[in-house]
Design a protein around this ligand. Structure first.
Ligand SMILES: NC(=O)c1ccc[n+]([C@@H]2O[C@H](COP(=O)([O-])OP(=O)(O)OC[C@H]3O[C@@H](n4cnc5c(N)ncnc54)[C@H](OP(=O)(O)O)[C@@H]3O)[C@@H](O)[C@H]2O)c1
Length: 311
């Protein structure tokens, strides 16, 4: 039996992705990851009761901790069915409060959204099936031309993102910018990773779920905004462009990762169900290289840790 891994699947888009995946792939093992194993097991119970899928489990993983990522990979390596047919790097968050750092001393949004998925992917590479897919949840907020109402990204160097200088920007502004920039990083990682996978049949794509109000993404918002996000903005899913329910976005994500219709898609940015261009900066090869090299250094990954050619 081959295995599918979906990170951050105890709630939100990741949970809905796992639910759809359970329908798409009755014969594969689905491992969802959660940093809270009780919540992860509740999600498993719910998916099992809705789909009857027989091969579901949750393993603990905090993508903001390099130690937890290594422990997860060790646990996975001991699984009987550890041939990975699909990896969905979905776990992520936005912090619009004060600057926070991961246990590894890296700015939290960059550490979680970029470095976590990056390190996990490289360490899982030895387990990838020849035809595996890797999918990263990105965001339309990475593209200033989309005018998503979120502070646009600023990329100078990855080092500066991991260890940011304190600025006099408002917390909300700085937090949104860290988020949109982390998602720009995710897309640049996809493009750079694709180059390193050129001589293989493993494919890698970035996914924009659109705006998905009502999920846990707004948990650090001020109370009024959080209320709007949970109770008012969901109505926008009825008519606003690229605004979706978690159910619809989760299904789109599962389809991109495992659906037959995308089986030849590689190195692309997909908004919902459509391949589109990502931002101008995301194609900047100097940025891509800087991010790749710095991410390797920050995640302490050596050639011995991965079957992927790092250089
Ligand atoms: N909602 C939107 O409008 C939107 C738009 C574009 C992109 N996205 C992206 O979609 C993905 C899912 O977000 P969502 O909207 O579904 O939000 P959500 O409901 O908050 O789900 C986020 C998931 O990621 C997990 N997660 C966060 N930090 C983690 C960490 N350090 N280690 C392990 N898991 C962690 C969360 O676990 P806990 O439950 O333990 O926190 C949760 O399972 C994220 O990457 C987000 O950036 C969302």
């Amino acid at each position: 039996m081959k295995t599918i891994i979906i990170t951050g699947a105890n709630r939100g888009i990741g949970y809905e992705c796992a639910l759809q995946m359970a329908t798409l792939s009755p014969n594969e093992q689905i491992i969802i990851t959660s940093r809270n194993i009780e919540l992860g097991n509740e999600a498993i119970k719910s998916i099992k009761s809705k789909t009857g899928h027989q091969h579901l489990k949750c393993l603990p993983l905090d993508v903001a901790s390099l130690k937890s990522i290594h422990e997860f990979v060790t646990l996975f390596s001991k699984e009987k069915d550890n041939q990975l047919i699909s990896l969905v790097n979905n776990a992520g968050g936005q912090n619009t409060g004060p600057l926070q750092y991961t246990v590894d001393g890296i700015e939290e949004t960059f550490g979680t959204n970029q470095l976590g998925g990056f390190a996990l992917t490289l360490l899982l590479m030895p387990f990838m099936d020849n035809e595996a897919s890797i999918t990263f949840t990105a965001s339309g907020t990475h593209d200033p031309e989309k005018k998503e109402g979120v502070e646009p990204p600023i990329y100078n160097t990855a080092e500066e993102l991991a260890y940011p200088k304190v600025t006099n920007e408002k917390e909300m502004t700085a937090g949104q910018r860290r988020y949109s920039t982390s998602k720009l990083c995710v897309i640049m990682t996809v493009y750079e990773l694709q180059k390193h996978l050129e001589n293989t049949s493993i494919r890698v794509n970035a996914f924009d779920p659109g705006m998905v109000p009502g999920t846990g993404l707004a948990r650090t918002f001020p109370p009024l905004l959080k209320f709007m996000w949970n109770n008012v903005m969901p109505v926008l899913t009825l008519f606003r462009r690229n605004t979706n329910t978690a159910k619809k976005s989760g299904a789109n994500l599962a389809n991109l990762a495992f659906g037959k219709q995308y089986k030849n898609l590689n190195g692309k940015y997909v908004e919902g169900t459509k391949v589109i261009q990502s931002s101008k900066d995301s194609y900047n090869e100097t940025f891509q290289k800087d991010l790749w090299n710095t991410s390797i250094k920050l995640a302490h990954i050596t050639q011995a840790d991965t079957s992927l050619q790092l250089a």
